[in-house]
Write a protein that binds this ligand. Structure first.
Ligand SMILES: [Zn+2]
Length: 334
């Protein structure tokens, strides 16, 4: 038996030259080709396990965002970002943390499975990783509540469960992975102005720094979603007044504050596309519900990135400039 395994290992170390050349080709893939191949992988795994492709897409997208946010997590080499640490994949007591033998991995309580039927369970192989994750979800069942329980067991964090669940709803609704488009939060034909004020000191409510960009405009100028995503929060906040929080597929939380009111149909759980009106410019905030007029009307726009443990503010100004430029270019072409 040992000899047979040895021959297998030798055989596959020879064959493993092939994926390296594939890797080089992958770099030349366009974004559209990448999405197409990724979707094909999700759908293939759905066929094997009955786990809906948009659940797989949601978790994979969440983990792609984590890889961007966590410094000690390597960038993915293939198309799938779901991450397994070597000890998790091979088994905590496995003396060979690079073990790819499904039998010994399972003996040492590792999670790694062979998804593409080549006889090895490789944690750097897209199909093996996706299949391993799908089999994990499958154990809990196929409906939304089962999915949430599986995610809770996996991440042990309510926020992660909510983000992944939100991603799944967005993918289910649009039926595609190509959801990268962005919009500027105000239509170009209104008067508005903004400067880079991120990090400025703020007086009201104790010593705080300004976690966003203020876009000044008149009352009731429409405020629009800047990305594909799901409304995570809607309502009153002492600082932000009437505010909306939208989570996009990059795990980024977009915070729209001081609104005069909300657009009809915008509720927690509503799925939005870039350019969808979500509310109207105002001066609400800095007090109890309904307080307004303590400062000139403007949209306070903030961006926060989740890293799986915590969330932090980053400067939205460069993104706003980019989306505004793109909107002008789009208008010119028409
Ligand atoms: Zn502000």
């Amino acid at each position: 038996m040992k000899q047979a395994i040895l021959i297998f290992v030798l055989l596959f170390s020879v064959l493993s030259v092939a994926p390296t050349t594939l890797g080089a080709e992958k770099e030349e893939m366009t974004a559209a080709e990448k999405y197409e191949k990724r979707l094909a992988l999700y759908k293939k795994t759905e066929t094997l396990t009955n786990v809906p492709w948009y659940y797989l897409a949601a978790a994979d997208t969440y983990e792609r965002g984590l890889r961007k946010a966590i410094r000690d997590r390597p960038t993915e080499e293939g198309l799938i970002s779901i991450f397994y640490a070597p000890s998790q994949w091979a088994g905590p007591l496995n003396p060979d943390l690079d073990d790819t033998n499904p039998l010994s991995i399972s003996m040492f309580d590792g999670v790694g499975l062979d998804g593409n039927g080549d006889g090895i369970a490789d944690r750097n192989d897209d199909e093996d990783v996706l299949y391993t994750f799908a089999r994990y979800l499958e154990k809990y069942g196929y409906d939304e509540e089962d999915f949430r329980i599986a995610l809770w067991e996996y991440y042990q964090r309510e926020k992660s469960v909510n983000i992944v669940h939100g991603h799944a709803k967005v993918y289910e609704k649009f039926g595609t992975l190509e959801l990268d488009e962005h919009a500027f939060p105000m239509p170009l034909n209104y008067n508005y102005s903004y400067n880079n004020t991120w990090g400025d000191r703020r007086g009201w409510g104790g010593r705080r720094i300004h976690e966003g960009t203020d876009i000044f405009a008149n009352y009731n100028v429409p405020i629009r979603a800047t990305a594909y995503g799901i409304v995570e929060i809607k309502g009153w906040n002492m600082y932000g007044g009437w505010r909306v929080g939208i989570r996009d597929l990059d795990n980024v939380y977009h915070y729209y504050a001081h609104l005069s009111g909300f657009e009809k149909g915008i509720e927690e759980g509503t799925i939005v596309a870039p350019g969808d009106v979500i509310g109207y410019c105002g001066s609400s905030g800095y007090g109890k519900p309904g307080t307004q007029g303590k400062f000139p009307p403007h949209l306070h726009y903030g961006m926060y990135r989740d890293n799986g443990r915590t969330e932090w503010s980053f400067d939205p100004y460069p993104s706003l400039k980019k989306w505004e430029r793109q909107a002008y270019q789009k208008r010119k072409k028409k």
